[in-house]
Design a protein around this ligand. Structure first.
Ligand SMILES: [Zn+2]
Length: 404
């Protein structure tokens, strides 16, 4: 209902409705006939859901009205997919449109602001989730936490969210604290020890062959080339085929019948996907932490033109797997914790095309040229390492400019 309303507003050029208005309409809907099931969930859950949706729409409208250069209305993959299955694209398939989360897909989250959350070192407890205390006693008493001692006891918890990813339940809370959290303390300790020998700045070149090549001659490998990932991906391919075969077998006209074996296979597939994301995420975390722990005086990264790279069909999957945005996000926040400045190089700065010795810019540098040979001064150097060095010098110049 809200979805249609907001898109009508968008098409007719009206302003989007505020969440207050929508909530009032929702209350009427809730009490109308045929919608009794809406009363099964607490008011607070729907209240927050509507609020979240309005934020999502606000972002979507803003993006649509900006119309940045290179903006495409529909993703090319989506167009191809819809052509294949013979469906036509609607406005809801536009880029950046809020995604519908279905209970059936097993990926959903909700929020309750009236819930009281308590934490001990090992357990968490949600109060008033199931309404009456008697109902609550069985299902949601003290829940054991997977990790001990991660959440401070006796803090003020804000914005609690409960999410289910199809496999596990996640509970997240925001806390306000003056106490230093663990990562910060460890980093600043390292800083004290090595204060005299504070190292110089570093430039980082992100890529596909290696995740990151750093100007201090180290590099971070591509996790997707490791054995563990390759085996998991092979397993996943097999399971995907199995699942789709089972769907075909149980097809009855237009509907599917989900057998318990099919559900089991889907669960297994989900678990493999989670495992893949976890391995990749862990790799990035370890790499970014190690880089920040070296205490460089600054970090210089290049602005990623991921959209441009995604146009290459062969590369797009590899870039997605590499998760370069996540790498940059982690470097940025970990650097902020350790009080290290981050310089983002200009989008058009030719980091890999510039000769690091004479400054010659080779315009027609092919992606397959791994070694850079300078036609002017005869300098021979690894392409990615040169990019990292250039970024380091870029960062140094930028720091000098901002200081003066
Ligand atoms: Zn040169």
């Amino acid at each position: 209902m809200i979805k249609f309303k907001q898109m009508d507003n968008f098409r007719e050029g009206h302003k989007i409705q505020t969440d207050n208005d929508l909530r009032k309409e929702f209350t009427i809907l809730r009490h109308s006939e045929g919608n009794e099931w809406l009363q099964d969930v607490s008011n607070n859950v729907t209240k927050q859901a509507i609020k979240d949706l309005c934020i999502a729409y606000k972002n979507f409208f803003r993006k649509q009205n900006q119309k940045q250069p290179g903006y495409i209305k529909y993703a090319s993959k989506k167009i191809a997919h819809y052509n294949r299955i013979g469906k036509s694209l609607t406005v809801y398939d536009m880029n950046g449109h809020p995604k519908f989360r279905s209970k059936k897909n097993g990926d959903f989250r909700f929020y309750q602001d009236n819930v009281k959350i308590q934490f001990t070192e090992t357990h968490a407890k949600l109060e008033s989730l199931a309404g009456s205390r008697r109902k609550n006693r069985q299902r949601l008493n003290w829940i054991r936490l997977a990790e001990r001692n991660r959440i401070p006891v006796r803090a003020k918890y804000m914005n609690p969210r409960i999410a289910f990813d199809g496999e596990r339940w996640w509970l997240s809370v925001g806390i306000q604290t003056t106490r230093h959290l663990k990562p910060l303390r460890r980093l600043s300790f390292a800083c004290k020890k090595r204060r005299q020998a504070r190292s110089e700045g570093i430039g980082i070149d992100l890529g596909i062959k290696d995740l990151a090549v750093i100007s201090d001659t180290t590099k971070v490998g591509n996790i997707n080339k490791t054995r563990a990932i390759r085996i998991l991906k092979k397993k996943r391919r097999r399971l995907q085929r199995q699942v789709s075969r089972k769907y075909q077998m149980n097809k009855k006209g237009d509907s599917y019948c989900k057998t318990s074996n099919l559900i089991k296979s889907e669960k297994r597939l989900l678990r493999i996907n989670h495992r893949l994301t976890n391995i990749r995420q862990n790799h990035i975390h370890q790499a970014t932490t190690a880089i920040i722990k070296r205490k460089p005086s600054f970090v210089c990264l290049e602005a990623l033109n991921v959209r441009g790279m995604m146009k290459n069909r062969y590369l797009s999957e590899k870039i997605q797997e590499q998760n370069l945005y996540e790498f940059r996000r982690q470097i940025e926040y970990k650097a902020r914790w350790a009080k290290i400045p981050v310089v983002i190089a200009d989008r058009w700065y030719p980091s890999s095309k510039t000769c690091v010795i004479c400054g010659h810019v080779k315009k027609d540098l092919n992606l397959s040229e791994r070694t850079y040979v300078c036609p002017v001064c005869g300098n021979v150097i690894d392409r990615d390492f040169q990019a990292a060095l250039n970024l380091k010098y870029y960062g140094e110049a930028e720091r000098m400019n901002s200081a003066s």
